[in-house]
Ligand binder design. Structure first.
Ligand SMILES: C[S@@+](CC[C@H](N)C(=O)[O-])C[C@H]1O[C@@H](n2cnc3c(N)ncnc32)[C@H](O)[C@@H]1O
Ligand SMILES: [Zn+2]
Length: 374
């Protein structure tokens, strides 16, 4: 099957569906992820012009590497599977690229330990954690990470999440964001082992995966600063009250300060810090050309991300209203009530009914209750 994506031509094996036994060499549902990757690489190089080498660590069809090479990056593609390596080589040859692209048939962990790269892109099936140490030990500037194991990360598959992320994830109404913060916590701790500090400059949770871009600083004090961004989340299952608590030692609430209930979940260590650099996200948005297949969605996503309030968890307006036994009103009116009451509030990219605010659940109720009656 012939596919064109982002201006490059690819041959990929016939019809492919995720979850079947055949390996998925090319997943069209990840086009938004790849379009944003290319835009991010462009924005990053604008800012850091020394960045030249890009490792497409799990290349499959070669699509990321070919697209990056077409943009002038010095690319190495790698895959463990011989079929993928053959396919990637064919796709590199098919595109008449000016730059040489190397395709390695190796376990990428060994490759990453052997040579440094400016940018490393980890795009495995499931959790990226088995590759994190080698990436942080040897990457110079930027590590890009996809994680598709959302059920473990968000606490729905609890034991698997604990094993993969050495943390306690909890299944809450902000499950995708729990996944983001569990993933970032594990990545920050992996990097810290090598005296590397991470700063997430772009992060999104989109249709069953999380994607994050971590800028690295190779200094022990930067690693300390990243570890300082970790902490715990306490979450009341009854009234949806939540609280964040910085530091690696949790001091869990015995009862909920809002409703007095004792069904308080504790999650952590999670990343409590920022997950974007809004100015960088704006720059990424500027690098998305109309020709990209997901241009409109990618730009909308960047716009929402850049405007998203920097708070550790989001709320779902419908879930709150259901809990309160009142019908939900228009999101813009709801957010306007919060702002009129003096709170910061924004939409969030986790879904059309989600928002962020610095108000507590009780304060949200009080600020919006006038507009939420039948
Ligand atoms: C999700 S696919 C990659 C998709 C591709 N990056 C894209 O955007 O279409 C994961 C790939 O990782 C490869 N892989 C798994 N473990 C690996 C390892 N240790 N080293 C290198 N490649 C590996 C698999 O063979 C598979 O082709
Ligand atoms: Zn409560």
């Amino acid at each position: 099957m012939r596919v064109t994506e982002g201006g490059v031509d690819l041959e990929v094996p016939g019809e492919q569906t995720e979850g079947v036994e055949e390996p998925v060499f090319y997943n069209p549902r990840q086009e938004l992820n790849r379009d944003l990757t290319i835009a991010t690489l462009r924005a990053y190089r604008e800012r850091e012009d020394r960045a030249e080498t890009y490792l497409d660590a799990m290349t499959a069809s070669g699509v990321r590497g070919v697209r990056a090479a077409a943009d002038g990056w010095d690319v190495t593609c790698c895959d463990l599977e011989a079929d993928a390596v053959d396919l990637a080589q064919e796709n590199v040859a098919r595109n008449d690229l000016e730059a040489d692209v190397r395709v390695e048939h190796r376990n990428v962990n060994a490759l990453m330990h052997d040579e440094p790269f400016d940018v490393i892109d980890l795009d495995p099936y499931g959790t990226p954690m088995p590759y994190a140490d080698a990436a942080f030990a040897n990457c110079r500037d930027l590590v890009c990470v996809t994680a598709t194991d959302t059920a473990p990360m968000c606490g729905a598959h609890f034991n698997s999440g604990v094993r993969s992320y050495s943390a306690v994830p909890r299944n809450t109404d902000y499950h995708a964001e729990m996944g983001v913060r569990i993933l970032l916590s594990a990545l920050a701790r992996s990097a810290a082992r090598f005296d590397v500090g991470v700063e997430p400059i772009l992060t999104h949770a989109t249709s069953h995966y999380v994607r994050t871009y971590l800028e690295l600083e190779h200094r022990a004090t930067a690693a300390d600063a990243a570890v300082d961004e970790l902490g715990s989340l306490y979450h009341c299952e009854d009234c949806l009250y939540r609280e964040s608590d910085p530091g690696l030692i949790a001091d869990p609430l015995e009862t909920c300060p809002h409703c007095g209930g004792n069904r308080v979940l504790v999650a952590g260590p999670v990343w409590l810090g920022s997950v974007q650099d809004p100015a960088f996200v704006d720059a990424v948005r500027e690098e998305i050309p109309d020709e990209f297949g997901t241009a409109e969605r990618a730009r909308d996503l960047c716009e929402t991300l850049a405007a998203e309030l920097d708070a550790p968890t989001h709320y779902d307006q419908h879930k709150l209203c259901r809990n309160w036994g009142v019908p939900a009103n228009a999101m813009d009116d709801f957010l306007a009530d919060l702002r009129d009451a003096g709170y910061a509030a924004s939409r969030s990219h986790y879904g059309g009914t989600t928002f962020k605010t610095d108000a507590s659940v009780g304060e949200i109720r009080a600020a919006t209750e006038g507009s939420l009656t039948n």
